[in-house]
Write a protein that binds this ligand. Structure first.
Ligand code: ATP
Ligand code: MN
Length: 438
């Protein structure tokens, strides 16, 4: 039997004639059917004034007490409202619906913990009732921007001939070795939640040439910071016959494209969330080597021995000088994971980069080792047991091309785009050591 979609929609008894956003002077005098939540309700002598909202806007409605009994209507209940559109005398609204019929579709029975649309700022309260927080215009704007960021990065990578893959999130071995794995029971064996798609995306270089994955990954770090979550979304990229400078060019182009896309497609959302984006002028991302960063720190009387990692306090200082995107390249090899290639002319340095925005790390990437023996030796030098990675190392004996790539934290990039210092603002239901519910 052929499905007739037209007939199906006609059967929908909750069909609305208009979204509130579409109400305009062209409709004056017409009968509209809208559905919405009751936002406030004020009973006067002969009339009841109420404001309803749907997810596109708010509208005033007027009920004649003699015709319509509004008793029992609670705030936040979902109502069906049929009425004639007329000019309004209130200064808040240009129009109002003079209600002809009014029925309860879904009654809100408990007092809501958030006053919808009231821009309540306490983040924990909002996260505890995240569903209701979705009626806060600013929150909606954040997640519309996030949606458009995802859309534009996919578009860009696909145009650059990358294909989207999905790698396992339940894995049998630690990806990068290590302590920060969530362990789970897998039919009486130990399994782990993936920290990154690193090994799988490298394996794909045997046939797919250019791949990307956008997915959540897991790190069992008990960190209580504003930029770490235990579940985060990563944009991972890997390409054959390219090196780390190609990857830097690519990620820089991707970020510029994302900015252009959301500036053009999310105007009203940006107005609410981060208006200064509208006037943004792109400049090329600066590139500093790790050694140049050490010099900058030295000029500020901070002495760091070559080979030591940059601490948060150091990045704060550098970040204060550069409130923009910039790369830190050519890190000491010892600070980078086992799969990173050394510099051809200096084996202490690696072909690697971190992309920073001010003091926030947005992405890490590099040229990868593609020789299985070198990879094995590097594992041993980092106290990782190669026998745990037999499957992975085998792949490198089947003709692995040179390759490079990076992982970018989507939630971190969102922090920059929406101008927040707390990653939780950009994630629907953030997971941190104190937050497993809702
Ligand atoms: P950091 O030093 O900030 O803890 P990292 O160097 O351990 O990050 P990578 O393994 O390089 O992280 O991961 C690639 C990217 O993924 C990071 O640059 C960051 O944007 C993002 N990322 C990593 N861990 C987290 C996390 N716990 N929460 C949110 N984003 C993360
Ligand atoms: Mn990193």
């Amino acid at each position: 039997m052929k499905l007739n979609l037209k007939n199906l929609t006609n059967k929908n008894k909750f069909q609305r004639t208009h979204l509130i956003r579409d109400v305009s002077s062209k409709l004056l005098g017409e009968c509209l059917i809208v559905y919405g939540w009751i936002e406030r309700i004020i009973k006067l002598k002969k009339l009841t004034l109420a404001v309803i909202c749907d997810n596109t806007g708010t509208l005033q409605i007027i009920l004649n007490n003699e015709i319509i009994n509004s008793a029992g209507i609670t705030k936040n209940s979902v109502m069906k409202i049929e009425g004639i559109l007329q000019k309004s005398k209130s200064h808040e609204f240009d129009f109002e619906l003079n209600v002809k019929s009014f029925s309860m579709i879904s009654k809100a029975t408990s007092h809501s913990p958030l006053d919808s649309r009231s821009n309540i700022s306490h983040l924990d309260t909002r996260l505890n009732s995240r569903a209701l927080d979705m009626r806060n215009q600013k929150t909606v704007a954040i997640f519309k921007i996030r949606h458009n960021v995802l859309l534009s990065i996919r578009k860009f990578l696909i145009e650059q001939k990358f294909i989207e893959i999905t790698t396992p999130k339940i894995i049998g071995n630690a990806t990068e070795g290590g302590a920060n794995l969530f362990t789970m029971n897998y039919f009486n064996n130990n399994a782990y939640l993936a920290q990154s798609p690193q090994l799988y995306k490298e394996q794909m270089m045997l046939g797919l040439d250019r791949v990307f994955e956008i997915a959540t990954f897991y790190r069992a770090e008990k960190s209580h910071t504003l930029k770490h979550l235990n579940e985060f979304t990563s944009v991972d990229i890997e390409g054959a016959f390219i090196d780390y400078s190609d990857v830097m060019n690519l990620i820089e182009a991707a970020i510029k494209k994302i900015y252009d896309y959301i500036i053009n497609n999310c105007k009203s959302e940006i107005d609410i969330v981060n208006p200064k984006l509208q006037n943004l002028q792109h400049t090329n991302f600066k590139r500093f080597t790790y050694s140049q960063i050490l010099e900058k720190l030295q000029n500020n009387d901070i002495k760091i021995e070559f080979g030591n990692d940059l601490l948060d306090s150091h990045l704060k200082l550098i970040g204060n000088m550069h409130k923009e995107f910039y790369f830190i390249t050519d890190w000491p090899l010892s600070l980078k994971p086992f799969y990173i290639q050394e510099q051809y002319d200096c084996s202490e340095l690696s072909q690697s980069f971190d992309l920073q925005y001010s003091d926030i790390e947005i992405s890490s990437g590099g040229t990868r080792l593609y020789d299985s023996q070198k990879l094995k030796n590097r594992m041993i030098s980092q106290n990782i047991d190669p026998t745990d990675f037999v499957n992975h190392l085998n792949v490198f004996d089947w003709g692995m091309p040179p390759h490079a790539g990076c992982g970018m934290g989507l939630d971190r990039l969102m922090m920059v785009l929406i101008d927040t210092n707390n990653i939780r603002e950009a994630v629907l239901y953030p997971r941190d050591p104190n937050r497993l519910h809702p």
